[in-house]
Design a protein around this ligand. Structure first.
Ligand code: PMM
Length: 288
């Protein structure tokens, strides 16, 4: 079931989109500093597009559990040149930031989407920036910064509570002037969700309920702990994150089948293939 939403500045392919990840950070848990140099980050972004990415997500601050924050100046130094060069090449670029000033600079440099894992909670200026710029905005479910977010992973009904909290944040952003048509929602897999309590799997199992909110849904499970835990060996060792791309592609296929607007992934080729399989399956190969 293809998502029926088209967002300002973003492609509409009639299928789930593939958002390739470029973490310009020294310590991201899933690709550990591979793209910290701006030139390498730019090359990687171009490579992801060649592999089938419809858009590229550029982030300068790791959000893995326990990560320490970086300064706004450092985050900006990391992302701005990469956003500018990729956008100049005609690539749809999103900036993965919780800071309005970083988002503003990225939009000026050509970003067409602000990907805010905090859903506007980390920076009170974000709503105003998103409203004034008119760009698409990913509003993710979040309960606090990486250093203590897992302490907030306490739910009675994780699906209902995540839905309710996303609805609250969406209403707050709209009250602050953001047009509903700018908003993409994201359940925030791995953020204040406990793998040992299957919070992430419950959210995926009920992914179709997120369409109740009437906005496109982004699924970002790529190489996350709930997958590495699922694929753990007989000795109880989790699968290494970088060896979870087949599982990520399986999540992509099922998410696309359930109407996800886009998936945010590290290994683009396998997930672009998965999206094409899902599209062909759903329409019986009519598009061939
Ligand atoms: N919208 C959105 N953005 C994100 N950015 C970073 C990470 C952390 O993962 P990474 O360090 O592997 O990129 N996860 C998300 C996510 O789940 N949703």
């Amino acid at each position: 079931m293809a998502s029926k939403h088209t967002l300002p500045g973003l492609p509409d392919r009639g299928r789930c989109l593939v958002m390739g990840v470029v973490n310009v950070t020294p310590d991201s848990f899933s690709d550990g500093g591979s793209w910290f140099d701006p030139e390498r980050a730019i090359e990687h972004g171009l490579h992801l597009v060649e592999e089938g990415a419809d858009l590229v997500d550029v982030g300068g601050e790791s959000t893995r559990p326990g990560a320490q924050r970086v300064s706004a100046a450092e985050e900006l130094r990391r992302v701005e040149p990469v956003v500018r060069e990729l956008a100049a090449r005609g690539i749809a670029v999103s900036v993965d930031t919780m800071r309005a000033e970083v988002a503003a600079s990225a939009v000026e440099a050509g970003a067409v989407l602000v990907n805010d894992v905090s859903g506007g909670l980390a920076d009170p200026e974000m709503a105003r920036l998103v409203a004034s710029s008119g760009v698409a905005y990913v509003l993710m479910h979040w309960r606090g910064h990486s250093h203590d977010m897992q302490s907030r992973a306490v739910y009675t009904d994780v699906v209902q509570e995540v839905l309710d909290e996303l609805r609250d944040r969406m209403e707050a952003m709209i009250s602050a002037g953001v047009d509903p048509g700018q908003i993409v929602l994201d359940p925030g897999l791995g953020f204040s969700k406990r793998p040992e309590q299957a919070h992430n799997w419950a959210l995926l199992q009920h992914l179709d309920r997120f369409h109740e909110l009437g906005r496109p849904v982004l699924v970002a499970g790529s190489r996350k702990r709930f997958l590495s835990r699922l694929l753990g060996d007989a000795k109880g060792e989790d699968r290494p994150f970088v060896e979870c791309d087949a599982a990520t592609a399986a999540v992509t296929t099922l998410s696309a089948d359930r109407g996800a607007w886009a998936v945010r992934v590290h290994d683009v080729r396998s997930n672009a293939d998965a999206v094409r399989v899902a599209a062909a399956w759903v329409d019986g190969g009519a598009a061939l």
